[in-house]
Ligand binder design. Structure first.
Ligand code: NAD
Ligand code: MG
Length: 383
C-alpha cells in the first residue's frame, strides 16, 4: 500500500504537536487544507498564512471577528465553532487529519474524521481513552486508517507490522518516569517542578500527566483499543532515557523494539508517510554517546495512577471517561494554583469511587459523564 497525502487538516495546530506537524508538512511539501485552534487567533492566522491553508477555524466562536480581521487580504477563509471543526475534519478537500487537540474536547472532531473514512493520525489520546471501542468500531465501518502519533504507540505499531496480536506475549510500553521518578514522597512537589520534563518538550497538560504517570494510564488504555488487545497483555516499564519508545514481546521469546531520539517529528512523519520511511530532518541517536539504556519497574506505591488506570479500564464502560475527566479537571486546577500536585490522585480515586458507572455507553452517555464529572469537581473535591 502506498500513500501520498493530498491535503491535511491539523486539529490543534497551535499546540506542541500541531507546530511539529506543520514543520514536518512543510518539509515534505504536504499541502494544508485547514488549521484549527481554541483561542490563539494571532498564532493561528500566522500559521495559516505561512502554510497557505484554505481554511482556519477558531473553536471558541467569540474570536470569530478577530480571526476574520487577522486573515483579511489573505484569501484564507475564517470559520468558528464546534460545527466548523467537524466540517474541516470530514471535508473532501483533505484526505488526512492530524488530531492534536488536548483532552476530551477532541472527541467529536476525531469521531467525525473517523466516520468520514480519513487517514486519521492520532496524537490526541483522551478520545481513545473515553470512547476507544466506539472509535475503532466506527473506523472498521468507514475504512478510516488509524495511525498513532503518540511515540509509544507509533513504536508498538511499527513492531507489530506484519504480525498478528495472537503472536504477542506482551506489549511493553516504556515511559521516562518523569521529573519525580526518583522521589519517594510527592507531597511537597510544586507545579514548576512538575512542568520540567527531563526529556520531552510538550504542552502543559501532558507534561503534568507525565509527572503523575497518568500519561501512562491513558497510554495503556489507548494501546488496548488501538491494537485490540487485552489489558493483561500490556505492561509498563520505566526507561529514563526515552530512546526505546516501546517493545513487543512475542510468544517465542523474540522482542522487537523501536528506538529513536525523543523528538515527536519522527512519529508524526511516519503517520503521514506510512507505510514508507522517507528522508526528513531527524537523525537516529548516536549510540556511542549513550552510556546506558536503563529499565526499571514503575513505583506503584508512589504513583498510584497506573493502577487506577488499569482498574478503570477493567471496569470499562464509563469508568475511563470519569477517570479522564477527573484528571483533566485536577490538572486544570493545578495549573491555576487551586490544588497541589498530589491532589490529582485524590480526584481520580474519588471519581472512581463516587460516580456511577454503566456498561457499553453510547456516545451521548460518554459526553454526559464527561460533562457531569467536570462539573462535579468544578470547585474541588466535594466534602
Ligand atoms: P497543547 O496544549 O500544546 O496544544 C493543544 C492544542 O489544542 C492547541 O492548538 C489548542 O488551541 C487546542 N485546543 C485546546 N483546547 C481546545 C478546545 N477545547 N477545543 C478545540 N481546540 C482546543 O497540547 P499538545 O502537547 O500538543 O498535545 C496535544 C495532544 O497530543 C494531547 O492529547 C497529548 O496527550 C497528545 N500528545 C502530545 C505529545 C507532545 O509531545 N506534546 C506527545 C504524545 C501525545
Ligand atoms: Mg506518549
Amino acid at each position: 500500500m502506498s500513500w501520498t497525502t493530498r491535503a491535511l487538516t491539523i486539529l490543534g495546530s497551535t499546540g506542541s504537536i500541531g507546530v511539529n506537524t506543520l514543520s514536518v508538512a512543510a518539509e515534505l511539501k504536504i499541502p494544508v487544507y485547514a488549521l484549527t485552534a481554541h483561542s490563539q487567533v494571532e498564532k493561528l492566522a500566522e500559521q495559516a498564512r505561512a502554510c497557505k491553508a484554505t481554511v482556519a477555524v477558531i473553536a471558541d466562536d467569540h474570536y470569530y471577528n478577530d480571526l476574520k480581521q487577522a486573515l483579511s487580504g489573505s484569501g484564507i477563509e475564517a470559520r468558528a465553532g464546534a460545527e466548523a471543526l467537524n466540517e474541516v475534519s470530514s471535508s473532501p478537500e483533505a484526505d488526512a487529519v492530524v488530531t492534536a487537540i488536548v483532552g476530551g474536547a477532541g472527541l467529536a472532531p476525531t469521531l467525525t474524521a473517523i466516520r468520514a473514512g480519513k487517514r486519521v493520525c492520532i496524537a490526541n489520546k483522551e478520545p481513545l481513552v473515553m470512547a476507544g471501542e466506539l472509535i475503532m468500531n466506527e473506523a472498521r465501518k468507514s475504512g478510516a486508517v488509524v495511525l498513532p502519533i503518540d511515540s509509544e504507540h507509533s513504536a508498538l505499531f511499527q513492531c507489530l507490522e506484519g504480525h498478528s496480536t495472537s503472536e504477542v506475549e506482551k506489549l511493553i510500553i516504556t515511559g521516562s518516569g518523569g521529573p519525580f521518578r526518583t522521589l519517594t514522597d510527592l507531597s511537597q512537589v510544586t507545579l514548576e517542578q512538575a512542568l520540567k520534563h527531563p526529556n520531552w518538550s510538550m504542552g502543559q497538560k501532558i507534561t503534568i500527566d507525565s509527572a503523575s504517570l497518568m500519561n501512562k494510564s491513558l497510554e495503556i488504555i489507548e494501546a488496548r483499543w488501538l491494537f485490540n488487545i487485552e489489558l493483561d497483555r500490556i505492561d509498563l516499564l520505566i526507561h529514563p532515557q526515552s530512546i526505546v519508545h516501546s517493545m513487543v514481546s512475542y510468544r517465542d521469546g523474540s522482542v522487537l523494539a523501536q528506538l529513536g531520539k525523543p523528538d515527536m517529528r519522527t512519529p508524526i512523519q511516519y503517520a503521514l508517510t506510512y507505510p514508507v520511511h522517507t528522508t526528513g530532518s531527524m537523525e537516529a541517536p548516536d549510540f556511542t554517546q549513550l552510556a546506558h539504556l536503563d529499565f526499571e519497574e514503575p513505583k506503584h506505591d508512589i504513583f498510584p495512577s497506573v493502577r487506577m488506570g488499569y482498574d478503570a479500564a477493567r471496569r470499562g464502560g464509563l469508568a475511563p471517561v470519569i477517570m479522564n475527566a477527573a484528571n483533566e479537571t485536577a490538572v486544570d486546577h493545578l495549573l491555576k494554583g487551586r490544588c497541589s500536585f498530589i491532589d490529582i490522585f485524590a480526584y481520580i480515586e474519588h471519581a472512581l469511587t463516587h460516580i456511577d458507572n454503566s456498561e457499553h455507553p453510547s456516545l451521548d452517555a460518554i459526553l454526559d459523564a464527561d460533562r457531569y464529572t467536570r462539573r462535579y469537581f468544578e470547585n474541588g473535591i466535594p466534602k
